[in-house]
Design a protein around this ligand. Structure first.
Ligand SMILES: Cc1cc2nc3c(=O)[nH]c(=O)nc-3n(C[C@H](O)[C@H](O)[C@H](O)COP(=O)(O)O)c2cc1C
Length: 307
């Protein structure tokens, strides 16, 4: 193939130059990766979850390695939405080609709405990702993402408040991901993203105690990839809005697999811990893969699996 493949994708009206996005919680506030990753080579990055007030997170240990991934219970530690706008966003705006997706969470619907009101007034954000799915906090978070009625209320109210496209991040800790995807779509989501981490437990057999101070944590990385692929497939069959897939992507072929299952774009999380340049390498790798497989437009891979 002589012409370079067309790598652009459209997620809820936002044009991304690559379908590969850095996932929330694994890419800081973006500025930390300035020297490491060419932000104009990747599709976008998602900020750490932003809350109304700063949060210290959970006690340590809160990250452990497992045989094929990691368990974390960070507890949504973050600087809070206002300091983010004052201290990080001005720098991000100066970074050539950076597409910023702000990840939002709250313990109550009102908390989320307040974060959105503050972000709405700031420039330099392309889209919101509403975390309806964090498994590591005792209230809010996953509760929204596992109860269809609560999810509906959260998404409806959030949608009424946002001045930018709204992507809703779903919890995988449910029986029917298709149903939750549909609820989010009907409540007004412009896109959905999945999966967040799976609730998990690891025990130190010497001390007989949990290896994570919070007791349970969220499992991510290669261990969850086949489950995530199945969920992306089911969710994409249930809705018409774009699906952004993630869970255990470490190689370009993993990203291609998610797209073939039905994803319009993908996110890369845990892989950035092993290799801070992973997101850019995977973005470059998907382009090479398209070139070597006579794929003229990467967007043609979405749902292309023969299942
Ligand atoms: C250390 C860590 C922190 C995370 N923090 C957030 C967060 O603040 N908000 C969120 O929506 N997802 C968060 N996630 C979930 C990831 O964005 C992603 O959904 C999940 O890890 C699956 O992708 P992966 O296997 O590529 O990591 C976090 C994941 C990890 C490993």
């Amino acid at each position: 193939m002589s012409k370079a493949p067309e790598m652009g994708v459209d997620v809820a009206g936002i044009q991304l130059r690559s379908p590969v996005i850095a996932a929330s919680g694994t890419f800081g506030y973006g500025v930390e990766f300035e020297e490491i990753v060419a932000l104009d080579r990747i599709g976008a990055f998602v900020t750490k979850g932003l809350s109304r007030e700063p949060m210290p997170g959970n006690p340590t240990p809160r990250i452990i390695e497992t045989s094929a991934g990691m368990i974390n219970a960070i507890g949504l530690q973050n600087m809070g939405v206002r300091p983010f706008i004052e201290e990080k966003l001005p720098k991000l705006r100066q970074m050539e080609g950076a597409v910023v997706i702000a990840n939002i969470f709250g313990y109550t619907v009102e908390d989320c709405l307040e974060v959105i009101r503050v972000l709405n007034e700031a420039e330099g954000i392309a889209m919101y990702e509403l975390n309806a799915s964090c498994p590591n906090t005792s209230h809010g978070g996953m509760v929204f993402g596992t109860d269809p009625d609560l999810l509906k209320e959260l998404v409806e109210k959030t949608k009424a408040a946002v001045k930018r496209p709204l992507m809703v991040k779903l919890s995988p800790n449910v029986t029917s991901i298709g149903q939750m995807a549909k609820v989010a779509e009907e409540a007004g989501a412009d896109a959905i993203s999945l999966v967040n981490t799976f609730v998990s437990l690891a025990i130190d057999v010497e001390t007989r105690k949990p290896r994570i101070a919070n007791k349970t944590g969220g499992l991510s990385g290669p261990a969850i990839k086949p489950i995530a692929i199945r969920m992306v497939y089911e969710a994409s069959k249930a809705v018409k809005i774009p699906v952004v897939g993630m869970g255990g992507i470490v190689r370009a072929e993993d990203a291609v697999e998610f797209m073939m299952a039905g994803a319009t774009a993908v996110q890369v999380g845990t892989a950035s811990y092993a290799d801070p340049r992973a997101v850019e390498n995977i973005a470059n790798g998907v382009k090479r893969w398209c070139g070597s497989h006579q794929v003229e437009r990467v967007s043609s891979l979405t749902g292309a699996a023969v299942l």
